[in-house]
Design a protein around this ligand. Structure first.
Ligand code: SF4
Length: 348
């Protein structure tokens, strides 16, 4: 039988545990273990990043999606979803506003929407990079071909976020329709890395059918793949999806996992997600104290914010970007950290 204290100490020193040990650490979670992990994780993040918190300006460019993920509010089958697309001009206006507010990373996120062809995106990325050469462009537009990823990279995209959602293939198949493939998701992640992007993956916490076994596999994957970023957030159900009656995940387990991930890879960029702030009013502060060092405020036009509802009751859909940033700055300060104007690349 393992001892939690010994596992935590070993994780902190060696940045690695076995699958069984990760599963034990999750199953035997206690408030004392969470406090110990958070304290060690915070120490590590301060060694690498000090008290800096990086901000990413999130621009939700489209809520059209060809896919039908069972947990997602903008899935293709959701006829109640009010669809929209931002034009390149609207996206550039978001960047202009964001730059003034101190953002030096723009994240263009959307469903898998064929409207955004490689040509359209390349032109848009080149334009953003020429107007704001000191900024990073992050894309989060789902699975595309290797050729597409290469073209977007050449056009100037720096980073790509593609959540793997779960490293367990059988589990993946319970969360996605048969038209989607775990193998392809993993292939995309490997290709993004080979092309030269800074790569982000991520998973939902307490999604349907998930146990400590699947979470342990996610942690082992993080340990081995060493993504530059990892976005994790509690599963939150959406009323117009097949998972509408499934219980949502919790803030405590998400923070516990954030701490473990920080100890696995001390240099990783780790967002304290909006989902965490949705499930708990102090969720983003708790995430930062557990080892996170990134926040992603919304730069999308207020008129479309509510329409990009991946899950129910998403916060920060009514405020202007400037209000959002001031609110977050206060929250970050009160939690003991400092929001900085910086591209916020990973420190190797
Ligand atoms: S999770 Fe992503 S790929 Fe799946 S339906 Fe939603 S937007 Fe589309």
């Amino acid at each position: 039988m393992y001892k939690t204290g010994e596992l935590i100490e070993r994780l902190s020193n060696e940045h690695s545990l076995s699958l069984e040990e990760y599963a034990f650490l999750i199953k035997e979670r206690t408030p004392e273990a969470a406090t110990e992990l958070a304290s060690l994780a915070d120490k590590k993040r301060r060694e690498v990043y000090g008290t800096d918190v990086y901000i990413r300006g999130l621009i939700e460019i489209s809520n059209y999606c060809v896919n039908d993920c069972l947990y997602c509010g903008i899935r293709r089958s959701n006829k109640a979803c009010d669809r929209y697309r931002l034009t390149p001009e609207e996206i550039l206006l978001c960047c202009k506003e964001g730059y003034k507010l101190g953002f030096r990373t723009f994240v263009m996120q959307g469903g898998e929407d064929p409207y955004y062809t490689d040509d359209l995106l390349c032109e848009l990325i080149s334009e953003v990079k020429s107007q704001y050469p000191d900024c990073a462009v992050t894309l989060s537009l789902g699975e595309r071909s290797r050729e597409s990823y290469e073209m977007l990279f050449k056009a100037g995209a720096d980073r790509y976020l593609l959540r793997h959602e779960t490293y367990d293939k059988e589990h993946y198949e319970k969360l996605h329709p048969s038209s989607m493939s775990w193998d392809n998701r993993m292939k995309c992640l490997r290709e993004l890395r080979q092309i030269g992007y800074q790569v982000g993956c991520g998973f939902m916490v307490e999604s349907p059918f998930q146990s400590e076994k699947e979470l342990a596999e996610d942690l082992k994957f993080i340990e081995e793949f060493k993504p530059d970023m990892c976005g994790i957030g509690p599963f939150i159900s959406h009323k117009d999806t097949p998972f509408k009656d499934e219980p949502s995940g919790g803030c405590d387990l998400t923070c516990y996992l954030l701490s473990i991930i920080r100890l696995i890879y001390p240099n990783i960029l780790l967002p304290s997600t909006t989902a965490l702030g949705t499930i708990d009013p102090m969720g983003r502060e708790k995430g930062l104290k557990a080892g996170a060092n990134v926040v992603m405020p919304n730069l999308s036009p207020v008129g479309v914010r509510k329409k990009y509802e991946l899950y129910d009751n998403k916060i920060c859909t009514g405020e202007e970007a400037s209000e959002c940033i001031e609110c977050l700055r206060g929250r970050i300060n009160r939690a003991g950290y400092k929001m900085v104007t910086d591209r916020g690349d990973i420190k190797r």
